[in-house]
Design a protein around this ligand. Structure first.
Ligand SMILES: [Zn+2]
Ligand SMILES: [Zn+2]
Length: 227
């Protein structure tokens, strides 16, 4: 562990004294996601209208939210968790998500997470979404379930465009058990186009058997806006 939580800031590595929030010093802040699409939670301009995608595409989840925009320190922290082996970051992220969760009042029955393909899990050693979800489950006291499996080995989503992501995510997930009339919270690190969240929500029976809500640490800033 490079920067143990509570001693050094998880972003800049400086010593933290009395001024930290969840292991982040007062000098390192994240860009808050204040104006967002009311459906998918992606950051949009000064408007309460739905984003371009939610205007034209049906979403299998009820609502998605993220407290921060995927840039700067928030992006750095996510990268540290995903690619830098910094598993303790999941607990920091979960604390921010807990704040968001209490604000949203979604009244969730189960918390679950975006699964990783077994080959990828073997390569990374852990699923960051699972670590965040499990820490969040402990804080907010909502049971965690391992509800989904990833049936398709996908290439790096970060390199794919929106249409390709949709295509790649389709049929990538399968529910491990049948749930009915439950409110399920799907947790992930970043919401980009919503292709993954949507595919997971679909597999969980979102919009039909169950209601699926999505909570991520960060969300994308929409590039194209409709006014
Ligand atoms: Zn700092
Ligand atoms: Zn939207």
């Amino acid at each position: 562990m490079l920067y143990p939580q509570g001693i050094k800031c998880a972003v800049c590595g400086r010593d933290i004294f009395g001024d930290n929030i969840y292991g982040i010093c007062s000098g390192c802040s994240f860009k808050a996601n204040i104006r967002f699409c009311p459906k998918c939670g992606r950051a949009i301009g000064a408007t309460s209208k739905y984003c371009d995608q939610c205007t034209t595409t049906e979403r299998a989840f009820s609502e998605a939210r993220a407290p921060f925009i995927f840039e700067g320190n928030a992006k750095l922290l996510v990268h540290r968790l995903k690619y830098g082996g910094a598993k303790y970051v999941a607990k920091i992220i979960a604390q921010y998500l807990a704040d968001e969760y209490y604000k949203l009042r979604w009244e969730i029955d189960y918390i679950t997470f975006v699964p990783m393909h077994p080959l990828k899990l073997k390569e990374r050693g852990y699923n960051q979404a699972c670590l965040i979800a499990s820490a969040l489950s402990e804080i907010v006291n909502v049971p965690l379930i391992d509800a989904l499996e990833r049936t398709k080995f996908s290439k790096n989503f970060a390199r794919l465009g929106r249409k390709e992501r949709m295509e790649e995510a389709k049929d990538s997930f399968k529910a491990k058990e049948k749930l009915k009339k439950k409110r399920i919270l799907l947790v992930d690190d970043v919401f980009t186009t919503g292709a993954t969240s949507n595919a997971c929500a679909l597999a969980l029976g979102g919009g039909s058997a169950n209601e699926v809500y999505v909570l991520t640490f960060c969300t994308a800033q929409c590039k194209t806006e409709l006014y």
